[in-house]
Each structure stands twice: as structure tokens, then as C-alpha cells.
Design a protein around this ligand. Sequence first.
Ligand SMILES: [Zn+2]
Length: 243
Amino acid sequence: MELFDDSEVRRVLAVAAHPDDMEYGGSAAVAAWTARGVQVSYALVTSGEAGMDSVAPAEAGPVREAEQRLACAAVGVTDLVFLGFDDGTVEQGLPLRRAIAAQVRRVQPDLVVTGAFRDTWPGGYLNQSDHVAVGRAVLDAARDAGNRWIFREQLTTGQPGGGLEPWNGVRTVLALGSPDSTHAIVVDDTFGAAVASLEAHAAYLAALGDGTTQARDVLEGVLGGAGPQVGARYAVAAEVFRF
Ligand SMILES: [Zn+2]
């Protein structure tokens, strides 16, 4: 594991399948970036409306969106959009690529971060279908955004969703928490902010398992596991894709 050099990063787009995905470690890096003036925007592919077994989607979606806004506020993020795909049945296809490419063109990031999208998590635990679809689509969309002939309706002034410019400035995509992580970002100073951001998903965490999930314990495990590999207490591990 080596350190990821984020010193040149100026603008970041985070693309996540569900509310809370960024809060299992990624938000610690986000807090470090916003603290030094880096603009960070979030695009949530779904509203996580299928994530609470005891709460119907129509009710859960708005709750989870509100919790995501609080989670973003905890790490200095105010630009948050929900792309409106159906939670649990996200497909890696053109509609998803198109929607993510539009966000890349809108935000104009040099760094895009997303969740791990390999079939398994570290330790061999099965990943979830939406995560796999979103991660694959992010890699494609980050490149599509730079080609003016792909999703060209987004570039047409006067069209709904139009008026964007091609953006070929993405240098790197990070898949956070990947089992194939080779790099890490030290987050010793923002561990507390990361805990606050995960605790913002209060209704969701209360509905998980036996309802006793503690944000601090979860992040001690995730960030505390990667930190010592780069000589720190806490770090976010990432698989790196360079353009
Ligand atoms: Zn998720």
C-alpha cells in the first residue's frame, strides 16, 4: 500500500449507489479535501429507498435523502444531487452512463471517487449488484464525458439537461475500499467528521440488523485497518484508475 498523492486535486465528484455508501470511510477523505478548499460534489444514483426492511420505499426514500444531506453537511459538502434510479435494481447500461456523464460535465472534476465494485469486498464477502453496476458505469462515464459526440444532447443549448460542455479533465477514478486497493489517503485529522457523517444516517442505522450498529466502531474497523499500512492511524484504501 502506498500513499495516494492528492495534492493537485482541485475538484472532486463522488458517485455513490446509495445514501450512506460514502460514509463507510470515504467521507473521511472528503472532509480532508473540503477542509483545504477542494470543491466536492456528490451524485447519488438512488435514494436508498429499498434499504430499510421495515419501511416502505415511498417513506424511506425521503428519510434517506434527508439523512444524506446531513451526512454531507458533516464533511463540508453542499452540492448533492439524486439521480433517481431504482434502489436495488440499478443496471450498468446507457441510461446510467448518460446520467453520470452529465454530472461529470456539470461538476468538471479532476478526481472522481466511487465505491468498490469488485464482486467481493475484502475478506471475500459478496458485494451488492448496485455497487458493481455503478462502479463500472463510473469508469465508462468519466471517459464518455470528454467526447462531444457521446450523449451529445447534453451539449445542446435549449434541450432539457443541455448546455453542458465536454469535460476530459478527469485524471483519476478511485474505487474506495476495494479488495484490490493499492493506495491510501491518510485521514487521521478527519476521523471524527467521518463518524459524524455516518451517524447522520440515524434512522437507517437503527433499522439495520439488531439496531445496535455503532458508527465509531464501524469506522475504527475500516479506517483503522488501512491506516497502519501507510504508517498512520486511519486511512482510506482505494483502487486507482488513471486516465
Ligand atoms: Zn450501498
